[in-house]
Design a protein around this ligand. Sequence first.
Ligand SMILES: *Cc1c(COP(=O)(O)O)cnc(C)c1O
Length: 238
Amino acid sequence: MKFEKHFLMNLDLLENRINIACGKAGRSRSEVELMAVTKTHSEKAPELALSSGLTRIGENRVQEAADKRPLVHQENGIWELIGPLQSNKARLAVRTFDRIQTVDRTKLVGQLDRICSEEGKNEYPVLMQVNVGDDPTKHGCNSEDSQALAEAIMGSKHLRLEGLMTIGEFSDQERVVRPTFEKLRQLRDKLENQLGVKLPELSMGMTGDLEWAIEEGSSMIRVGTALFGRRKARQSPS
Ligand SMILES: *Cc1c(COP(=O)(O)O)cnc(C)c1O
């Protein structure tokens, strides 16, 4: 009950933050999707989120999500992988998630394409994770490799590229964090022009930096801490 009460209060506060940021950016609230990041929490977390009207659930570990999802009663959730994907987990990831946000190398594209074919998934939606800040501690393809990666996904038979994802710099300084979000949007615009496609999804912004992400055009913020409180197990996003 306590977890639930906190969650509802947190959701209220978070909605406030989102609304203010949207107002400041001259954007409509409906342009920004809120994903509930439930990693390290029990199935209670996605259940609460889904009963409160949220539909997107983010998890960063394949096995954890594969164990958790069957325990969740609501069927309306759209589950997305937001953590790094190892090749040996690719099949379980495709079976567990409705979308993978972290495609970051061409080799993985070939594998996912084959697996989707075998699993009977057509137009399986993916995002590319781009390490726009060229941060050696982060996953994601470099900006220079992003066009080749996008072309590989678009050339695959069973994957559909819906946009880009990034993780902001680990800093509480706007002048440090915000440029990464600006770069991701500019890269998206460039790829749309070069490839002649629409890439509507810009997945960026978390608890500490969602306002800057929204101001830079985020279409989806991924929020854990601000909804469910601090995680016990330390798991830095990568
Ligand atoms: C954990 C995680 C989040 C959520 O982070 P919070 O700071 O708890 O909101 C978002 N994106 C990714 C990729 C993550 O791993």
